[in-house]
Design a protein around this ligand. Structure first.
Ligand code: FDA
Length: 292
Protein backbone atom coordinates (compact mmCIF):
# COMPACT_ATOMS: atom_id res chain seq x y z
CA UNK A 1 0.00 0.00 0.00
CA UNK A 2 2.71 2.46 1.07
CA UNK A 3 4.81 1.47 -1.93
CA UNK A 4 1.89 2.10 -4.31
CA UNK A 5 1.21 5.46 -2.66
CA UNK A 6 4.83 6.58 -2.98
CA UNK A 7 5.00 5.45 -6.60
CA UNK A 8 1.83 7.48 -7.27
CA UNK A 9 3.44 10.49 -5.55
CA UNK A 10 6.51 9.98 -7.78
CA UNK A 11 4.30 10.94 -10.75
CA UNK A 12 2.57 13.91 -9.12
CA UNK A 13 3.76 17.28 -10.43
CA UNK A 14 2.23 19.05 -7.44
CA UNK A 15 4.10 16.85 -4.94
CA UNK A 16 7.25 17.30 -7.01
CA UNK A 17 6.94 21.09 -6.77
CA UNK A 18 6.52 20.98 -3.00
CA UNK A 19 9.25 18.41 -2.29
CA UNK A 20 11.82 19.53 -4.87
CA UNK A 21 11.72 23.15 -3.84
CA UNK A 22 12.10 22.29 -0.17
CA UNK A 23 15.68 22.72 0.98
CA UNK A 24 14.80 20.26 3.75
CA UNK A 25 15.15 17.22 1.52
CA UNK A 26 18.82 17.91 0.80
CA UNK A 27 20.22 15.26 3.19
CA UNK A 28 18.09 12.53 1.70
CA UNK A 29 18.92 13.55 -1.84
CA UNK A 30 22.64 13.56 -1.06
CA UNK A 31 22.40 10.01 0.22
CA UNK A 32 21.22 8.68 -3.15
CA UNK A 33 22.30 11.28 -5.71
CA UNK A 34 25.88 12.36 -6.44
CA UNK A 35 26.37 16.03 -5.67
CA UNK A 36 29.68 16.31 -7.51
CA UNK A 37 29.59 13.47 -10.01
CA UNK A 38 33.25 13.76 -11.05
CA UNK A 39 34.39 13.53 -7.42
CA UNK A 40 32.09 10.58 -6.67
CA UNK A 41 33.29 8.65 -9.75
CA UNK A 42 36.92 9.32 -8.73
CA UNK A 43 36.30 8.14 -5.16
CA UNK A 44 34.47 4.95 -6.15
CA UNK A 45 37.06 4.11 -8.79
CA UNK A 46 39.90 4.56 -6.29
CA UNK A 47 38.13 2.07 -4.01
CA UNK A 48 38.15 -0.55 -6.75
CA UNK A 49 34.49 -0.15 -7.72
CA UNK A 50 33.20 0.15 -11.28
CA UNK A 51 30.57 2.74 -12.14
CA UNK A 52 27.54 3.20 -14.31
CA UNK A 53 26.43 6.82 -14.39
CA UNK A 54 22.89 8.06 -14.94
CA UNK A 55 22.06 11.65 -15.80
CA UNK A 56 18.72 12.03 -14.00
CA UNK A 57 15.69 12.94 -16.05
CA UNK A 58 12.85 11.01 -17.64
CA UNK A 59 9.54 11.33 -19.43
CA UNK A 60 10.53 14.37 -21.52
CA UNK A 61 7.77 15.87 -23.62
CA UNK A 62 9.77 18.16 -25.92
CA UNK A 63 12.45 17.40 -28.48
CA UNK A 64 14.70 20.16 -27.11
CA UNK A 65 14.72 18.46 -23.67
CA UNK A 66 15.74 15.16 -25.28
CA UNK A 67 18.53 16.90 -27.21
CA UNK A 68 19.74 18.54 -24.00
CA UNK A 69 19.89 15.10 -22.36
CA UNK A 70 22.03 13.77 -25.22
CA UNK A 71 24.35 16.79 -24.97
CA UNK A 72 24.75 16.16 -21.23
CA UNK A 73 25.62 12.47 -21.83
CA UNK A 74 28.25 13.51 -24.38
CA UNK A 75 29.74 15.91 -21.80
CA UNK A 76 29.58 13.21 -19.11
CA UNK A 77 31.48 10.74 -21.31
CA UNK A 78 34.46 13.10 -21.12
CA UNK A 79 34.62 12.53 -17.34
CA UNK A 80 34.51 8.74 -17.40
CA UNK A 81 37.40 6.29 -17.22
CA UNK A 82 37.64 3.43 -19.73
CA UNK A 83 35.54 0.50 -18.52
CA UNK A 84 32.80 2.74 -17.13
CA UNK A 85 29.18 2.45 -18.24
CA UNK A 86 26.40 4.99 -18.70
CA UNK A 87 22.79 4.17 -17.85
CA UNK A 88 20.24 5.79 -20.11
CA UNK A 89 16.46 6.14 -19.85
CA UNK A 90 14.87 6.17 -23.29
CA UNK A 91 12.03 8.43 -22.09
CA UNK A 92 14.73 11.03 -21.39
CA UNK A 93 15.83 10.70 -25.02
CA UNK A 94 12.34 11.23 -26.45
CA UNK A 95 10.76 7.75 -26.49
CA UNK A 96 7.34 9.25 -25.66
CA UNK A 97 7.67 11.51 -28.72
CA UNK A 98 8.85 8.84 -31.14
CA UNK A 99 10.76 5.58 -31.02
CA UNK A 100 12.90 6.70 -33.99
CA UNK A 101 13.96 9.84 -32.14
CA UNK A 102 14.96 7.86 -29.05
CA UNK A 103 16.86 5.39 -31.25
CA UNK A 104 18.80 8.16 -33.02
CA UNK A 105 19.66 9.78 -29.71
CA UNK A 106 20.71 6.50 -28.10
CA UNK A 107 22.82 5.66 -31.18
CA UNK A 108 24.64 9.01 -30.86
CA UNK A 109 25.44 8.23 -27.21
CA UNK A 110 26.57 4.68 -28.12
CA UNK A 111 28.95 6.01 -30.82
CA UNK A 112 30.52 8.55 -28.47
CA UNK A 113 30.75 5.97 -25.67
CA UNK A 114 32.46 3.40 -27.92
CA UNK A 115 35.12 5.97 -28.80
CA UNK A 116 35.94 6.22 -25.07
CA UNK A 117 35.73 2.50 -24.29
CA UNK A 118 32.60 3.09 -22.23
CA UNK A 119 29.48 0.89 -22.51
CA UNK A 120 25.83 1.96 -22.53
CA UNK A 121 22.97 0.24 -20.72
CA UNK A 122 19.31 1.04 -21.35
CA UNK A 123 17.23 1.27 -18.16
CA UNK A 124 13.77 -0.34 -18.00
CA UNK A 125 11.00 2.07 -17.08
CA UNK A 126 7.19 2.00 -16.96
CA UNK A 127 5.50 -1.08 -18.47
CA UNK A 128 4.19 0.80 -21.52
CA UNK A 129 7.76 1.62 -22.59
CA UNK A 130 9.11 -1.94 -22.44
CA UNK A 131 8.28 -2.97 -25.99
CA UNK A 132 9.89 0.28 -27.29
CA UNK A 133 12.90 -0.39 -25.06
CA UNK A 134 13.50 -3.82 -26.57
CA UNK A 135 12.97 -2.73 -30.15
CA UNK A 136 15.47 0.13 -29.68
CA UNK A 137 17.89 -2.28 -27.95
CA UNK A 138 17.63 -4.79 -30.81
CA UNK A 139 18.19 -2.05 -33.40
CA UNK A 140 21.23 -0.70 -31.53
CA UNK A 141 22.84 -4.11 -31.14
CA UNK A 142 23.50 -4.24 -34.90
CA UNK A 143 26.21 -1.56 -34.66
CA UNK A 144 26.82 -1.75 -30.91
CA UNK A 145 26.74 -5.40 -29.80
CA UNK A 146 27.74 -4.47 -26.24
CA UNK A 147 24.80 -2.18 -25.55
CA UNK A 148 23.08 -3.54 -22.45
CA UNK A 149 19.44 -3.67 -21.40
CA UNK A 150 17.58 -4.04 -18.12
CA UNK A 151 15.10 -6.85 -17.46
CA UNK A 152 12.63 -6.41 -14.58
CA UNK A 153 11.99 -9.73 -12.82
CA UNK A 154 8.54 -8.60 -11.60
CA UNK A 155 7.24 -8.92 -15.16
CA UNK A 156 5.96 -12.45 -15.88
CA UNK A 157 7.58 -12.28 -19.33
CA UNK A 158 11.03 -11.68 -17.80
CA UNK A 159 12.10 -15.30 -18.20
CA UNK A 160 11.26 -15.39 -21.89
CA UNK A 161 12.99 -12.05 -22.31
CA UNK A 162 16.18 -13.42 -20.73
CA UNK A 163 16.04 -16.43 -23.05
CA UNK A 164 15.83 -14.09 -26.05
CA UNK A 165 18.85 -12.05 -25.01
CA UNK A 166 21.61 -14.55 -25.83
CA UNK A 167 25.00 -12.87 -26.04
CA UNK A 168 23.75 -9.54 -24.69
CA UNK A 169 24.75 -7.57 -21.61
CA UNK A 170 21.69 -7.99 -19.40
CA UNK A 171 21.09 -6.16 -16.13
CA UNK A 172 18.60 -8.11 -14.06
CA UNK A 173 16.68 -6.20 -11.37
CA UNK A 174 13.48 -6.82 -9.41
CA UNK A 175 11.59 -3.81 -10.87
CA UNK A 176 10.91 -0.41 -9.35
CA UNK A 177 7.59 0.64 -10.93
CA UNK A 178 4.13 -0.95 -11.06
CA UNK A 179 2.76 -2.88 -14.01
CA UNK A 180 -0.54 -4.66 -14.73
CA UNK A 181 -0.07 -8.39 -14.22
CA UNK A 182 3.33 -7.92 -12.57
CA UNK A 183 4.28 -10.06 -9.59
CA UNK A 184 3.80 -8.07 -6.41
CA UNK A 185 4.51 -10.60 -3.66
CA UNK A 186 8.20 -10.50 -2.71
CA UNK A 187 8.43 -14.32 -2.82
CA UNK A 188 7.08 -14.40 -6.41
CA UNK A 189 9.45 -11.64 -7.52
CA UNK A 190 12.40 -13.44 -5.93
CA UNK A 191 11.41 -16.73 -7.59
CA UNK A 192 11.27 -15.00 -10.97
CA UNK A 193 14.61 -13.29 -10.27
CA UNK A 194 16.28 -16.64 -9.56
CA UNK A 195 14.72 -18.29 -12.63
CA UNK A 196 16.06 -15.44 -14.77
CA UNK A 197 19.47 -15.69 -13.12
CA UNK A 198 19.64 -19.40 -13.96
CA UNK A 199 18.94 -18.69 -17.62
CA UNK A 200 21.44 -15.84 -17.82
CA UNK A 201 24.23 -17.66 -15.97
CA UNK A 202 23.77 -20.85 -18.02
CA UNK A 203 23.64 -19.04 -21.35
CA UNK A 204 25.85 -16.68 -23.34
CA UNK A 205 24.61 -13.37 -21.93
CA UNK A 206 26.79 -11.23 -19.68
CA UNK A 207 24.73 -11.08 -16.45
CA UNK A 208 24.71 -7.85 -14.45
CA UNK A 209 23.06 -8.75 -11.16
CA UNK A 210 21.43 -5.56 -9.92
CA UNK A 211 20.23 -6.22 -6.39
CA UNK A 212 21.06 -5.41 -2.78
CA UNK A 213 19.24 -8.48 -1.54
CA UNK A 214 21.87 -10.63 0.27
CA UNK A 215 20.09 -13.85 -0.72
CA UNK A 216 20.01 -12.96 -4.41
CA UNK A 217 23.67 -11.89 -4.27
CA UNK A 218 24.62 -15.26 -2.75
CA UNK A 219 22.55 -17.22 -5.27
CA UNK A 220 24.11 -15.28 -8.17
CA UNK A 221 27.65 -16.00 -6.96
CA UNK A 222 26.83 -19.69 -6.45
CA UNK A 223 25.20 -20.07 -9.88
CA UNK A 224 28.20 -18.35 -11.50
CA UNK A 225 30.53 -20.93 -9.93
CA UNK A 226 28.24 -23.82 -10.91
CA UNK A 227 28.16 -22.56 -14.50
CA UNK A 228 31.94 -22.20 -14.62
CA UNK A 229 31.96 -18.41 -14.87
CA UNK A 230 34.98 -16.72 -13.34
CA UNK A 231 34.83 -13.24 -11.77
CA UNK A 232 35.06 -11.59 -15.19
CA UNK A 233 32.01 -13.53 -16.43
CA UNK A 234 29.38 -11.49 -14.60
CA UNK A 235 29.07 -8.54 -12.26
CA UNK A 236 27.16 -7.31 -9.23
CA UNK A 237 25.53 -3.92 -9.36
CA UNK A 238 24.10 -1.75 -6.59
CA UNK A 239 22.78 1.78 -6.28
CA UNK A 240 24.90 4.64 -4.96
CA UNK A 241 24.09 5.08 -1.28
CA UNK A 242 22.62 1.61 -0.75
CA UNK A 243 24.71 -0.97 1.20
CA UNK A 244 28.05 0.74 0.52
CA UNK A 245 29.86 -1.64 2.91
CA UNK A 246 28.59 -4.65 1.00
CA UNK A 247 29.78 -3.04 -2.25
CA UNK A 248 33.29 -2.78 -0.80
CA UNK A 249 33.15 -6.30 0.62
CA UNK A 250 32.27 -7.81 -2.76
CA UNK A 251 34.94 -5.78 -4.55
CA UNK A 252 37.44 -6.80 -1.84
CA UNK A 253 36.70 -10.44 -2.63
CA UNK A 254 37.68 -9.80 -6.24
CA UNK A 255 34.14 -9.61 -7.65
CA UNK A 256 33.27 -7.07 -10.31
CA UNK A 257 31.10 -4.61 -8.40
CA UNK A 258 29.51 -1.71 -10.29
CA UNK A 259 27.80 1.21 -8.57
CA UNK A 260 24.91 2.99 -10.29
CA UNK A 261 25.59 6.69 -9.77
CA UNK A 262 22.75 9.11 -10.56
CA UNK A 263 23.37 12.84 -10.71
CA UNK A 264 21.59 16.00 -11.80
CA UNK A 265 18.81 18.24 -10.60
CA UNK A 266 15.92 16.12 -11.88
CA UNK A 267 16.10 13.70 -8.95
CA UNK A 268 12.50 13.73 -7.74
CA UNK A 269 11.05 10.59 -9.38
CA UNK A 270 14.27 8.62 -8.74
CA UNK A 271 14.23 9.52 -5.04
CA UNK A 272 10.57 8.63 -4.65
CA UNK A 273 11.24 5.16 -6.14
CA UNK A 274 14.07 4.66 -3.61
CA UNK A 275 11.74 5.64 -0.76
CA UNK A 276 9.09 3.26 -2.08
CA UNK A 277 11.57 0.38 -2.02
CA UNK A 278 12.09 0.57 1.68
CA UNK A 279 9.64 1.96 4.26
CA UNK A 280 12.53 2.59 6.66
CA UNK A 281 13.82 5.15 4.13
CA UNK A 282 10.60 7.04 4.51
CA UNK A 283 11.18 7.31 8.26
CA UNK A 284 14.71 8.60 7.55
CA UNK A 285 13.23 11.12 5.11
CA UNK A 286 10.58 12.34 7.57
CA UNK A 287 13.12 12.53 10.41
CA UNK A 288 15.36 14.72 8.30
CA UNK A 289 12.40 17.00 7.57
CA UNK A 290 11.47 17.27 11.24
CA UNK A 291 14.99 17.80 12.52
CA UNK A 292 15.36 21.16 10.72
P1 FDA B 1 14.84 -5.58 -2.02
O1 FDA B 1 14.00 -4.44 -2.42
O2 FDA B 1 14.24 -6.87 -1.64
O3 FDA B 1 15.92 -5.12 -1.02
C1 FDA B 1 16.85 -5.96 -0.40
C2 FDA B 1 17.60 -5.19 0.67
O4 FDA B 1 18.39 -4.18 0.06
C3 FDA B 1 16.71 -4.42 1.64
O5 FDA B 1 16.28 -5.21 2.70
C4 FDA B 1 17.61 -3.30 2.06
O6 FDA B 1 18.53 -3.77 3.02
C5 FDA B 1 18.36 -2.99 0.80
N1 FDA B 1 17.70 -1.93 0.02
C6 FDA B 1 16.99 -2.11 -1.13
N2 FDA B 1 16.58 -0.92 -1.61
C7 FDA B 1 17.02 0.01 -0.76
C8 FDA B 1 16.93 1.42 -0.73
N3 FDA B 1 16.31 2.11 -1.68
N4 FDA B 1 17.52 2.07 0.30
C9 FDA B 1 18.18 1.39 1.27
N5 FDA B 1 18.31 0.05 1.29
C10 FDA B 1 17.73 -0.63 0.29
N6 FDA B 1 14.51 -0.90 -11.54
C11 FDA B 1 13.80 -0.77 -12.69
O7 FDA B 1 12.58 -0.94 -12.70
N7 FDA B 1 14.45 -0.41 -13.85
C12 FDA B 1 15.79 -0.24 -13.91
O8 FDA B 1 16.32 0.08 -14.98
C13 FDA B 1 16.54 -0.40 -12.71
N8 FDA B 1 17.90 -0.25 -12.69
C14 FDA B 1 18.60 -0.60 -11.57
C15 FDA B 1 20.00 -0.60 -11.60
C16 FDA B 1 20.72 -1.03 -10.50
C17 FDA B 1 22.20 -1.07 -10.57
C18 FDA B 1 20.03 -1.45 -9.33
C19 FDA B 1 20.78 -1.95 -8.14
C20 FDA B 1 18.67 -1.40 -9.28
C21 FDA B 1 17.93 -0.97 -10.38
N9 FDA B 1 16.54 -0.91 -10.35
C22 FDA B 1 15.86 -0.73 -11.52
C23 FDA B 1 15.82 -0.98 -9.03
C24 FDA B 1 15.37 -2.40 -8.72
O9 FDA B 1 14.36 -2.80 -9.59
C25 FDA B 1 14.84 -2.49 -7.28
O10 FDA B 1 13.73 -1.65 -7.14
C26 FDA B 1 15.86 -2.12 -6.20
O11 FDA B 1 17.13 -2.58 -6.54
C27 FDA B 1 15.47 -2.76 -4.85
O12 FDA B 1 15.40 -4.15 -4.99
P2 FDA B 1 16.51 -5.18 -4.40
O13 FDA B 1 16.78 -6.16 -5.47
O14 FDA B 1 17.68 -4.44 -3.92
O15 FDA B 1 15.79 -6.00 -3.29
Amino acid sequence: MLRQALLAVSKSERAERVISTSRLTADVVRRYVADDVGAVIGELTRKGLLVTVDHLGEEVTEQAQAEAAVAEYLRLLGLLPAGADVSVKLTALGLRLSEGLALDHAAAICRAAAARDVTVTLDAEEHDTISGLHSVHTALRGDHPDVGVVVQAYLPEALERCESLAGARVRLCKGAYTAPGAYTRPADIDRSFVRCLRILMAGTAYPMVATHDPRMVRIASTLAVLEGRDVTGYEHQMLYGVRPDEQLRLAGQGARMRVYVPYGSDWYAYLMRRLAERPRNLAFFLRSLLSR
